[in-house]
Design a protein around this ligand. Structure first.
Ligand SMILES: NC(=O)c1ccc[n+]([C@@H]2O[C@H](COP(=O)([O-])OP(=O)(O)OC[C@H]3O[C@@H](n4cnc5c(N)ncnc54)[C@H](OP(=O)(O)O)[C@@H]3O)[C@@H](O)[C@H]2O)c1
Length: 325
């Protein structure tokens, strides 16, 4: 069994990770570290786990683990590694932004591999540490990687995305308050969302000549889970050729699916899937990309990375059922 530790235990991403790992056939959770709830049962923060676990949050780390998941916020993962000595042979999978960009991907003797399996599966299999991608970043990259792989990104890319309130984490804020969010919609961080850097890093890795803009308008949706993005750009491929390109690129990807049928958010929510719908309108290719922000966008992808690193079936423990209605 793989011995796992979790940090940031009371948050949303950790809650989802605990759910996945409790039912993973090859994993045993050794501890769940919490800075705010040490000593309390895990079910106090995650009451839906009643009957599933008797684990309590702890304030100490056991060193006898194989993998440590950091479900902490931006800046907190790096601080945590500064404050706690983690043995070099423990695989660290970090869900924050702290190590995603190549210029910040090292910490002491650790080198973090950007954990998008559809892009870096070979490097992930050999990695000692993983920087798990952002949620919007996952949806948008999966929409664009096949084009970049064939150097077909020749103009600005226009992206709109809408996310559920869990994307902002557990702490209450003005815009995650029920009174604000319910029956409401707004956009935020237009053209300057923090995930643009990692998206550009991956695209230019495949297509170094790509220098156009990704014009991204993120929006807050009045639902809790899921990300629905649309991206469009100039593309000379016919729809048939575009579908062939995308299906070939994702041939070995167990969770990323390409279709020309209508798609909706609930097809992905509750699962580790990314669903990509392709349409051609004149000389524009429109790619709709749908994920669950806490699964393929966070904890599901973290488990997918762990599976690859430990030589397990990539889909082990993350073949999940959606609730479509
Ligand atoms: N929510 C998403 O959809 C999503 C998607 C992709 C990536 N992520 C990333 O995943 C990470 C966790 O996100 P989240 O949504 O789970 O956030 P969250 O609900 O706010 O949880 C973060 C947890 O970090 C812990 N924490 C807070 N301050 C800390 C500190 N100073 N030092 C150490 N730990 C501290 C807290 O847990 P304890 O009090 O129990 O320690 C807190 O509950 C973030 O970096 C986020 O950007 C989130």
């Amino acid at each position: 069994m793989i011995k796992a530790g979790i940090v940031g235990g009371s948050g949303y991403a950790a809650g989802e990770l605990i759910r996945l790992l409790l039912f993973h056939p090859k994993v045993e959770i050794k501890f769940i570290f919490s800075s705010s709830m040490s000593g309390s049962p895990a079910t106090e923060a995650h009451p839906d786990l009643i009957g599933d676990t008797n684990l309590h949050f702890s304030s100490s780390l056991e060193k006898d683990i194989d993998v440590l998941f950091l479900c902490t916020g931006h800046g907190q993962s790096r601080n945590f590694l500064n404050e706690h000595s983690i043995p070099k042979d423990v695989t660290v999978i970090d869900l924050s932004r702290d190590f995603r960009l190549s210029e910040s991907s090292s910490f002491e003797q650790r080198s973090f591999v950007y954990g998008l399996p559809e892009l870096h599966s070979n490097a992930i299999k050999k990695a000692g540490s993983i920087a798990n991608p952002g949620c919007y970043a996952t949806a948008i990259q999966l929409a664009l990687l096949p084009l970049a792989s064939e150097k077909l990104l020749k103009s600005d890319v226009h992206v709109h995305g809408i996310t559920g309130s869990t994307g902002a984490g557990k702490s209450l804020s003005e815009t995650t308050h029920f009174s604000w969010r319910h029956a409401n919609i707004s956009h935020y961080k237009a053209f300057q969302h923090q995930h643009l850097d990692e998206i550009e890093q991956s695209l230019t890795g495949l297509q170094p000549s790509f220098s156009s803009s990704i014009n991204f308008i993120p929006m807050r949706g009045n639902f809790t889970r899921g990300i629905f993005t649309t991206a469009y750009c100039h593309c000379d491929l016919t729809i048939e050729k575009a579908v062939d390109l995308y299906r070939d690129y994702y041939l070995d990807a167990p969770f990323t699916h390409v279709t020309t049928n209508e798609v909706e958010l609930k097809q992905a929510v509750g699962s580790n899937k990314c669903i990509l719908k392709l349409e051609k309108h004149g000389n524009k290719l429109l790619i709709t990309s749908i994920i669950d922000n806490l699964l393929k966008g966070a904890s599901g992808q973290a488990v997918q990375n762990m599976n690859l690193i430990f030589g397990l079936d990539e889909a082990s423990g993350i073949q999940l059922k959606t609730n479509r209605f």
